[in-house]
Design a protein around this ligand. Sequence first.
Ligand code: ADP
Length: 444
Amino acid sequence: MAGFSRLEVSEFTDLNSVARWYITLRWVAVCGVIGALTLSSLSWQRILPYGVLLYITLALAIYNGAFHWFFFGARGSKLSHSEHGAFFEIQILCDYLFLYLLVYFSGFFENPFLYFFVFHILLAAYLFSPQVVLRYVIILVALAGLGALLEYRSLLPHFQLFERAEETYRAELLPRLLGFCSTVSIAGYLGASINRRLRDTTQSVEIELNRYRSLDKIKSNFILQVTHELRGPLAAVKGFHEMITRGITGPIPAATAEVLDKATRRTDGLLQMIDEMLDYAYMESDDKVRFAPVLLRLKDLIDANIEALASEAEGRGIRIEGHCPAGLTVEASRDLVNIILNNLISNALRYSPKDSVVNVSAFKEGGEVKLEVRDQGIGMSAEELEHIFEEFYRTRKAREMERNGTGLGLSIIKKAVETMGGRIMVASEPGKGSTFHIYLPKEG
Ligand code: ADP
């Protein structure tokens, strides 16, 4: 924003909460001033110009109302960093004018609230560079000096706060002016140097944080590459096992077939773990293209995922049922919805007994699309439910039932759901089963 000072606060500072706090504080000030004026009009000598002071307070309420409307309503707290800078500067300048007029009409240098300017200086020091703070201090000192001079020369009337001889006020003007100017100058200097140090520290923390972020990215890419490399040969091993099992390489004795079957199941488990790690690494990579939303027909995705896990379900003696209206669509990432469905259905299969049923359904609920995966499996206790979205967490029962498992599936699902702006909920009872509810926001 041209013409306004640049904000010096860190990118990580929540400027919205500072602005919210500043506007709210001004409403407190409106009430405080009205309260103080009411009290003084009741108990004082009634020498203040209450009419003018009320108009000034009304002006404060009006401009704060405008800021409130602009910030909470019109712009919905969506200001950019530079717009925030301009917004804060306009607010500080308006407050300068308001406070100056308020104290001028209520005793000026007699009024202890004159020192409230220190708060504005400190806020400016928090938000802006030392040069901007110096500018504010100079403006304030110049305004105070000018006001004092004009009152001293009787070019401006003095509005008394306490009834006493004008001479006494005039005699005290210079020391009061000096006291005020030195206070705001020291406040400006201290505020600016403390904030400079804070900013330097924040900057080095941010540099470290960025370094860790890039290291984390390198780690994720490394996992991605290694798991990718592992997956190829393992899939080939699985293929060779299948060729031998099907007798393509010639007949095999029953004992060999049995060992081969065990080897195939272990390879499947390993492949599933590698796939989970790949999904995890993809989720960490924040791939914007891969996660871009498209219009999806949910029935197709549900059917495809059920189909992909049909042989596993058959092997475990579990029936999967899918229910989804043919025309139900959702605007979401195909990869993410597939990751969610595949992980939820395979969990339901792995943690359910033989002859049970797994239900996969999707339907509209309000403005959202709801996906539901229900099983009649081992279920989870309330205490276990608190941890299931943590990385690498597995319940004792799950570990006993299934040796293969990374404990990453649900944390991947949660991240996938949140990436699409949705939410996930679980209802479960030990020994009875679990239901995972996924709400996706955009209906196609
Ligand atoms: P994994 O299945 O590889 O262990 P997940 O992150 O998918 O990892 O799941 C974490 C844990 O949550 C599982 O180990 C299991 O204890 C529990 N869990 C997940 N889904 C179910 C389910 N459908 N029924 C019972 N427990 C489940």
